[in-house]
Ligand binder design. Structure first.
Ligand SMILES: NC(=O)c1ccc[n+]([C@@H]2O[C@H](COP(=O)([O-])OP(=O)(O)OC[C@H]3O[C@@H](n4cnc5c(N)ncnc54)[C@H](O)[C@@H]3O)[C@@H](O)[C@H]2O)c1
Ligand SMILES: [Zn+2]
Length: 361
């Protein structure tokens, strides 16, 4: 087992990375949240796989444990589902000391975290992420929320968990397409902060793709370390944290235009190719770097171009992103491999050239 620490200045919490759940009860005790009422919040896919097992494990260290299940998928990520949670919590007599557990992917984590931030003005919660995307990205950093009127993550709060417990063995039940989407976010961490981590991917891509336990433990550890480091320095995204948006300005636009048919990680993958191309045109990275990135993404089964999109539509959509400030698109670009920054002065031509680079057909 490996343990990392997130320290935002206002809150410090551990991230446990293991290949089983055995160390979960002592983790609760160590965090000072044992002997309390617990509610496991999970979705309809994850519940039959892991909820009962977690309940059994925790029953000796926690009081009555209930399980609140909602229909899996991004379509559930709304205030109606949150209302259902509040009703469930009230029926179960959860109080300020009770603990919520987010058991599942990013949808569960973001919603359970938001419910924890708002129920009775805030109660403790624990993240048990079960998708690769949530293990390497969404469970760390305290962003919580729901979609609203077609806008992703429009309503939310920064709210940190008491602990994050990652059991990489849960990835064995995850469909490969979801694994690949998580790999896009983890590779991203290499591009923005750590060339050694990036090299690990290209040197171990077969082992990573087939979820070899050692390789995947390294991936999760490496990503959590980078993300924990970034969010520890900039909890509320006022500066440094923006580098985590590498590939996302292009990616979000594609995600919206695809009507959410493409997975978030898939959009980030192709968005990173556009951002790498833009960085290459500025002389910050080489043509080989772009070619290597395309080869790696393609090996993982991630898209490296999109079909049936118009460059003008993607460009216009980028301005609608909630992160476009005062009509300016901030693009996270690379200074060099393993080093990202926010570029506020990209010309329309530069951005459109990068978009055209990832469009086919
Ligand atoms: N808070 C953040 O910082 C942050 C960062 C990135 C993404 N997100 C959010 O995360 C969400 C996407 O997360 P996601 O990709 O984990 O999606 P998800 O939670 O919908 O999970 C994907 C699918 O996998 C299933 N699943 C989960 N774990 C499983 C397992 N172990 N075995 C089998 N099936 C399993 C789920 O039921 C679902 O059908 C989006 O809503 C996005 O906005 C948040
Ligand atoms: Zn992302």
């Amino acid at each position: 087992m490996k343990i990392l620490s997130v320290d935002t200045g206002t809150k410090q919490y551990p991230i446990y990375i293991d290949s089983c759940f055995d160390a979960l009860p002592p983790a609760f005790e160590k965090a000072g949240i044992s002997d309390r009422k617990v509610c496991i919040v999970t979705d309809s896919n994850v519940s039959p796989l892991y909820a009962q097992g977690i309940k059994e494990l925790l029953k000796n260290v926690c009081k009555d444990i209930s399980i609140c299940v909602f229909p899996a998928g991004e379509n559930s990520k709304n205030l109606e589902t949150i209302s259902g949670f509040y009703k469930f919590f009230i029926d179960e007599h959860l109080d300020r000391k009770s603990v919520l557990i987010a058991l599942g992917g990013g949808v569960v984590g973001d919603m359970c975290g938001f419910a924890a931030a708002t129920y009775m003005r805030g109660i403790p919660f624990v993240q048990i992420p079960t998708t690769l995307l949530s293990q390497v990205d969404s469970s760390v950093g305290g962003k919580t929320g729901v979609d609203f009127m077609g806008n992703k993550n429009m309503i939310g709060a920064f709210y940190q968990p008491e602990l994050v417990f990652i059991n990489t063995d849960t990835l064995n039940t995850l469909p490969y397409r979801e694994v690949a989407a998580g790999l896009a976010e983890s590779v991203k961490h290499g591009y923005i902060q750590d060339v050694d981590y990036l090299r690990f991917f290209s040197e171990n891509k077969e082992a990573v793709k087939k979820l070899d336990p050692e390789a995947i433990a390294q991936v999760v550890y490496g990503s959590c370390k980078i993300k924990a480091n970034v969010v520890s320095q900039d909890e509320k995204e006022t500066g440094l944290r923006e580098i985590l948006n590498f590939g996302h300005t292009f990616g979000h636009a594609i995600e919206s235009l695809s009507g959410f048919d493409m997975l978030h990680g898939e959009c980030v993958a192709v968005g990173m190719i556009a951002a790498l191309y833009l960085s290459m045109k500025r002389g910050a990275v080489s043509q080989d770097d772009v070619a290597d990135a395309k080869e790696l993404m393609a090996y993982f089964g991630l898209p490296i171009f999109v079909e049936n999109f118009r460059a003008d539509d993607i460009y216009a959509q980028m301005f609608r992103d909630k992160k476009a400030k005062n009509g300016v698109i901030n693009i996270t670009a690379l200074k060099a491999m393993g080093s990202a920054y926010t570029e506020k002065n990209c010309s329309e031509k530069e951005i459109k050239d990068a978009i055209n680079y990832i469009i086919r057909g």
